[in-house]
Design a protein around this ligand. Structure first.
Ligand code: HSE
Length: 429
């Protein structure tokens, strides 16, 4: 049994860094049993030691100088829980160049600079682990890289953002509109003061880029992923969806399509009996399909100090094990070239459409004729009359090329009998 402890430095003592520190303190016995030695926190760096924290850190471990930890020859592993792609990237690259393995929970960093970071790790013979970057406690990255490494995957669909899932769940359950639920979520601390990354789907897009690169073995330029957020989803759409046995979720969708990948983040109608439909509130889940594994789903808490902190702690233990057994750097990037991403216009989807039209003879027929001319096939239609001589029509269209639908909609939008095309939400079967 090795008795030399493995020493780590933690950069960024916020929610995740703090959760990691608490877990390493409270679960030291379990960790020693698993690893055969201790993980010792040799220092924690943060720019603000005055902000309130619900745990205490010994004064002698606190620093504001991250580089002092990175350059400390007695520290073996650097944990980056700062976030963003500014100093976090500089520190990670400096730590790798100094021959230290790195653990990060930074999805934006790995989504945008994963290739550069993994190459640097391979060059210096050290590890980079990033389980905490997607799905919090859910062991999705390790499952894809290790447990499913011999399986070909055709599809990976995730609810990977807790904030938006919480908002959509409450809208659906309580009949409150997006803005009201968002404001309440911010008051309760479930949504950030600036929620843009979450509600616009940016956070989910970064996570999808990471998952798709591993699942499909190709580098994914995150800016090429099609993205829509949830701000336009209304309780009216959630109600119609429910009537038709669907739920609405913000999904991160990755699919293999011959030599191309379909990658998109958008709200979607999902059949109520799909395993992802039962994922409510702040929970995350990732559904996978492949010829060998069949259908499977991993579910758990996608954020929070202890869930994400425990994923980061497991990565630290993994890096520590590799250091003890002189096997650091044995796993590097598994991507082969860059993914060919199918443009959204080429993607074939089924859609839900809600429009407000004049309630008079021939309206439905006129619109249906345009859909037919553009090759868009109807699956079902509901019409509800309002009191002001207008009617709301809700269509579900059969799966077809998105470009046909867009060209039909651009003609329909110009008809004077059409007051508004209120919603267009893709349907996932
Ligand atoms: N902002 C993320 C979410 C949590 O709402 O799920 C961390 O990835």
């Amino acid at each position: 049994m090795p008795d030399q402890p493995i020493r780590i430095g933690i950069l960024g003592v916020g929610v995740v860094g703090g959760g990691l520190y608490q877990i390493l303190e409270s679960n030291a016995g379990e960790i020693r049993r698993a690893l055969g030695t201790d993980i010792v926190v040799a220092g924690l760096a943060d720019i603000d030691w005055d902000r309130p924290r619900d745990f205490s850190v010994p004064e002698e471990l606190k620093t504001t100088d991250a580089l002092a930890l990175i350059n400390n020859p007695n520290i073996d592993i650097i944990v980056e829980t700062i976030g963003g792609t500014g100093v976090a990237k500089d520190y990670v690259m400096t730590a790798l160049a100094a021959g230290k393995s790195v653990v990060t929970s930074n999805k934006e960093l790995m989504a945008k600079h994963g290739e550069q970071i993994l190459s640097a790790a391979a060059q210096h013979g050290v590890d980079v682990q990033f389980e905490g970057s997607v799905g919090g406690v859910i062991p999705i990255i390790r499952s894809l890289k290790e447990s499913l490494t011999a399986s070909r995957l055709d599809e990976i669909v995730g609810i990977v953002n807790g904030t938006t899932n919480y908002i959509l769940t409450r809208m659906s359950q309580e009949g409150k509109e997006f803005a009201e639920v968002l404001a309440e979520a911010q008051r309760l601390g479930y949504a950030e003061a600036d929620p843009t990354d979450d509600i616009e789907g940016i956070d989910s897009t970064n996570k999808l880029a990471i998952l798709a690169a591993i699942a499909f073995g190709a580098r994914v330029p995150v800016e090429q992923i099609y993205r829509e957020g949830i701000a336009a989803v209304t309780t009216t759409d959630l109600d119609y969806a429910r009537q038709m046995d669907y739920v609405i979720k913000l999904l991160a969708i990755g699919k293999r399509d011959n030599d191309q990948l379909e990658l998109r983040v958008h709200p979607a109608l999902l059949p109520a009996d799909h395993p992802l439909a039962a994922v409510s509130g702040v929970f995350n889940a990732i559904f996978i399909r492949g010829p060998e594994c069949g259908e499977m789903m991993l579910y758990g808490r996608g954020a929070g100090a202890l869930p994400t902190g425990s994923a980061v702690a497991a990565d630290v233990i993994d890096c520590a094990r590799n250091i003890i057994h002189n096997s650091a750097g044995r796993v590097s990037c598994t991507c082969e070239g860059q993914a060919q991403i199918k443009p959204i216009e080429e993607v074939e989807t089924s859609v839900y459409l809600r429009m407000r039209v004049a309630d008079r003879p021939g309206v439905l027929g006129t619109i249906a004729t345009i859909f037919g001319q553009e090759g868009v096939s109807m699956q079902s239609v509901i019409q509800e009359s309002a009191q002001d001589n207008s009617a709301e029509i809700v269509w579900i269209m059969h799966k077809g090329p998105e470009k046909n639908l867009q060209s039909a909609l651009s003609c329909i939008r110009d008809l004077n009998i059409v007051q508004d095309i209120c919603s267009m939400i893709r349907v996932v079967e």
